[in-house]
Design a protein around this ligand. Structure first.
Ligand code: C5P
Length: 241
C-alpha cells in the first residue's frame, strides 16, 4: 500500500471530494485523476447512494479512500462503524468531535485494534458555518474558539488529526504543535468561486499555514479539465514545499 502521508510529491496532499451521486460520476473522476492526486473522499452523497461499493470501486481502480461520514453517535455504535470502515480498507475516516470524549476514545481504540488501522481524524466546525451560524446553534464565540476546544477534546484521546478550515490553522498549530494531521477543506484556488464555503483559503496559503491534506471538491470535479485543475493546484504547492 502507498504511504498516505508521504508528501514528497505535493499532488499527494490533494484529496478529491467525490460529491457525485452515481457510479459513472465516480469512475469518470477516479479514472481521470488517479495518479494525479493523493486520495478520494467518499462523503455522504456518494455513500448514501452506492454504499461500500463506492469504496470498492475506488480501490479497484487503484485509489486510496478517505471515508468522510463524520460518525456522531453513541460510543458503541461509532466503535462498530469504525471497525466496519477499517474492514473495507479505508486509509482515513472522520468522526465528529462534538460526539464527545467517550465517543472519540471508542473510535480511536477500535481503529487501533484493526490489522490495518485507518487514520482517525475529527471534524470540528464545518467550513460552511459563519460566526452567526454558530451563534444560531448555541455555540457562541468565534469559530476559532470552538475549533480549539473541540480539537483539544479529540487530540487528548488520541485522534490522529483534525479537520478544520484554513482560517484556524495558525491557531491550531500554535496550540497543538506540528504532530496532528490537519485535513483542510474550504480550499479555493485564486479566482475560483467560493460556492457555499465561508472560511476559505488558497491551496498554497493553507499548506504554508500547516495543512497536511487539502480536501478539494468542486474546483476540481466541476472543472472542464479536472486533471489540469488538479495539476495547477499541485504546481502552486511546489513553491511552498
Ligand atoms: O466542493 P468543495 O471543495 O467545497 O468540497 C469540500 C468538501 O469537504 C465537501 O465534500 C464537504 O463535505 C467537505 N467538508 C467541508 N467542511 C468540513 C468538513 C468536510 O467542506 N468541515
Amino acid at each position: 500500500m502507498v504511504n498516505s502521508t508521504d508528501f514528497s510529491d505535493p499532488a499527494r496532499r490533494i484529496i478529491v471530494a467525490l460529491d457525485v451521486p452515481d457510479r459513472d460520476g465516480l469512475l469518470r473522476l477516479v479514472r481521470a485523476l488517479r495518479g494525479h492526486v493523493g486520495m478520494f473522499k467518499v462523503g455522504k452523497e456518494l455513500f448514501t447512494s452506492l454504499g461500500p461499493t463506492a469504496i470498492e470501486l475506488i480501490k479497484e481502480e487503484g485509489g486510496e479512500v478517505f471515508l468522510d461520514l463524520k460518525f456522531h453517535d453513541i460510543p458503541n455504535t461509532v466503535a462498530g462503524a469504525v471497525r466496519s470502515a477499517a474492514r473495507h480498507g479505508v486509509a482515513m475516516l472522520t468522526v465528529h468531535t462534538s460526539g464527545g470524549s467517550a465517543m472519540l476514545k471508542a473510535a480511536v481504540e477500535s481503529a487501533r485494534e484493526m490489522v490495518s488501522a485507518p487514520l482517525v481524524v475529527g471534524a470540528t466546525v464545518l467550513t460552511s458555518l459563519s460566526a452567526k451560524d454558530l451563534d444560531d446553534i448555541g455555540m457562541s464565540g468565534p469559530p476559532e474558539q470552538a475549533v480549539l476546544r473541540l480539537g483539544a477534546l479529540g487530540l487528548e484521546v488520541g485522534l490522529d488529526g483534525l479537520v478544520a478550515s484554513p482560517r484556524e490553522l495558525p491557531a491550531i498549530r500554535e496550540r497543538f504543535g506540528s504532530k496532528p494531521f490537519m485535513v483542510v477543506p474550504g480550499i479555493r484556488p485564486k479566482g475560483a468561486a467560493s460556492h457555499d464555503q465561508q472560511r476559505i483559503a488558497t491551496p498554497a496559503k493553507a499548506v504554508s499555514d500547516g495543512a497536511d491534506f487539502l480536501v478539494i471538491g468542486r474546483p476540481i470535479t466541476q472543472a472542464d479539465d479536472p486533471v489540469a485543475a488538479a495539476a495547477a493546484i499541485a504546481d502552486a504547492l511546489v513553491e511552498v514545499e
